[in-house]
Design a protein around this ligand. Structure first.
Ligand SMILES: C[S@@+](CC[C@H](N)C(=O)[O-])C[C@H]1O[C@@H](n2cnc3c(N)ncnc32)[C@H](O)[C@@H]1O
Length: 461
């Protein structure tokens, strides 16, 4: 039988279809028929589905329940309730709850409320979805509110957004604006000291590559823990100064500290994985992991001796990737809300045109700088800016290095703000970004010492 023949039979509704839905048929015929039924006519007789709800094959029971649900017929409420309680398959039970919810019938309320106690969070979520329709029913609201302490985080989030979030999803005049005194500004100083005088919710995007623990010469920490705690403090501040729902993109990779001698082994530190839990705890929501892939020749060969001896356990792959971990400042508002804060012209002018990166692997050659030992390729910054900011946004790099991100930002009509502790690298930023005259001359580039920057902030107060 073909799909169009099924459509004909279901509309004729003369019992012919019953032959194909007979439980004695083979699973393949039953599956095909149930799967291709599509929308059912209002008068369709659901009796064919009832015996199939007990079929030994889970996929048949699932489709039978789904089709029964399409009828939105209260007559099947008890039948579906029984399935939601007793079927051995969670998928089938969930489908039964979904079907009950779809009835939008107040007699279904007690059944859905009962399901809120189910041990499977997906069933509870399905029941919540069904109950949210009755948003003026006090008993429903009271029962749903109780779930604010549910062990499952997705359930808690839904309930918090529905009943405990007072923020309005309306237009916020200040969302696309940023403080003028931070626009196109680089400060030579410790990021933690600089950020102390930066007000909350000032910036739209942060992209940064922090020091690589003690793997390079410019960073000396007493211990890995001290290093992680330093980053935790910095990213907490970044969170504070980031606007609602905006992004933080962290470029790191596991690093290797070479062995002391042949009697010792080298040590690898999984930096991105160790920082991640801190970020979640402080209120960043994990969004994506993008993998920056470099050509093989650009990385240090780690398997030359393995290629000789070929002995298991001693295998060491050459590391040609770095992570771009994408986080968003946690909010109940959707990304759509962020986009709606911008005027039509800005949205149009910020559109990402042409070829886009379809996957989370970005192939980009590394860049080498005459002064700095670890710089971003300009191309990497341009992509981040295009995907995660709008024109005229204020974007930040706490570990400015040679100023690549600031330079890229200006080339795409975004304002930069950056901090860099080293005097030598700060001079490289000045050399690299220079005196901008092209973009928005109202805010020429400014290079401050920490002292000068603090003075500026004081005069504003
Ligand atoms: C990996 S590099 C960043 C390179 C940069 N992405 C670029 O494209 O040039 C990290 C930088 O952080 C700087 N840094 C380290 N500790 C800092 C601190 N406490 N405050 C500000 N900058 C710091 C280092 O001097 C170094 O230049």
């Amino acid at each position: 039988m073909t799909k169009s023949e099924i459509a004909e039979l279901k509309n004729a509704n003369n019992g012919e279809l019953g032959k194909y839905l007979n439980p004695a048929n083979d699973t393949k015929t039953l599956f095909f028929t149930l799967d291709k039924l599509g929308r059912l006519p209002e008068s369709f007789d659901g009796k064919y589905f009832v015996p199939l709800c007990k079929h030994p094959a889970e996929k048949i029971r699932l489709l039978a329940v789904k089709n029964l649900g399409k009828l939105c017929d209260e007559a099947y409420l008890t039948h579906l309730e029984n399935i939601s309680i007793s079927d051995e398959s969670t998928m089938v039970r969930r489908e039964a709850i979904s079907s009950i919810g779809r009835m939008r019938n107040k007699n279904a309320i007690p059944v859905l409320i009962n399901s809120l106690n189910d041990s499977d969070p997906k069933i509870v979520l399905q029941a919540i979805r069904g109950l949210l329709v009755f948003n003026d029913n006090h008993q429903v609201i009271a029962e749903l509110k109780k779930l604010i302490n549910h062990p499952n985080e997705v359930i808690r989030n839904v309930i918090e957004k529905e009943y405990f979030d007072n923020s309005k999803s309306t237009y916020l005049e200040n969302h696309c604006k940023s403080p003028d005194h931070l626009k196109n500004v680089a400060v030579n100083g410790d990021v933690l000291k600089v950020l102390k005088v930066v007000q909350d919710e000032s910036i739209h995007l942060t992209f940064t590559s922090p020091p690589y623990y003690n793997a390079r010469d410019y960073s000396i920490y007493q211990s890995y823990n001290e290093y992680l705690e330093f980053l935790r403090d910095v990213f907490k501040e970044v969170h504070r100064i980031t606007k609602e729902g905006r992004f933080f993109i962290l470029n790191t990779s596991p690093i290797i500290i070479p062995r002391v001698s042949r009697q010792h082994s080298s040590k690898r530190y999984p930096i991105p994985f160790d920082i991640h839990p801190f970020l979640i705890e402080m209120g960043w929501e994990f969004i994506d992991d993008i993998v920056w892939v470099k050509p093989e020749f650009s990385a240090k060969d780690r398997n030359s001796s393995f290629r000789q001896h070929r002995k298991p356990l001693a295998y060491k792959p050459t590391a040609i990737t770095e992570y771009l971990m994408v986080y968003r400042k946690k909010t109940h508002k959707l990304i759509d809300w962020n986009i709606r804060q911008y005027d039509y012209k800005t949205v149009q002018e910020s559109k990402v045109l042409g070829e886009i990166d379809k996957t989370n692997t970005w192939n980009i050659d590394p860049t080498f700088d005459k002064t700095h030992t670890a710089v971003f390729p300009l191309e990497l910054c341009l992509r981040v800016l295009k995907y995660y900011s709008f024109k005229n946004d204020l974007v930040f790099d706490p570990f400015g290095g040679s100023g690549t991100f600031g330079k890229a930002a200006q080339s795409l009509d975004r304002f930069f703000f950056t901090t860099e502790i080293s005097e030598k690298y700060f001079q490289r930023i000045i050399e690299n970004i220079g005196q901008n005259v092209l973009f928005n001359s109202e805010f020429p580039n400014k290079y401050y010492s920490l002292h000068e920057f603090k003075k500026i902030i004081e005069t504003i107060k």
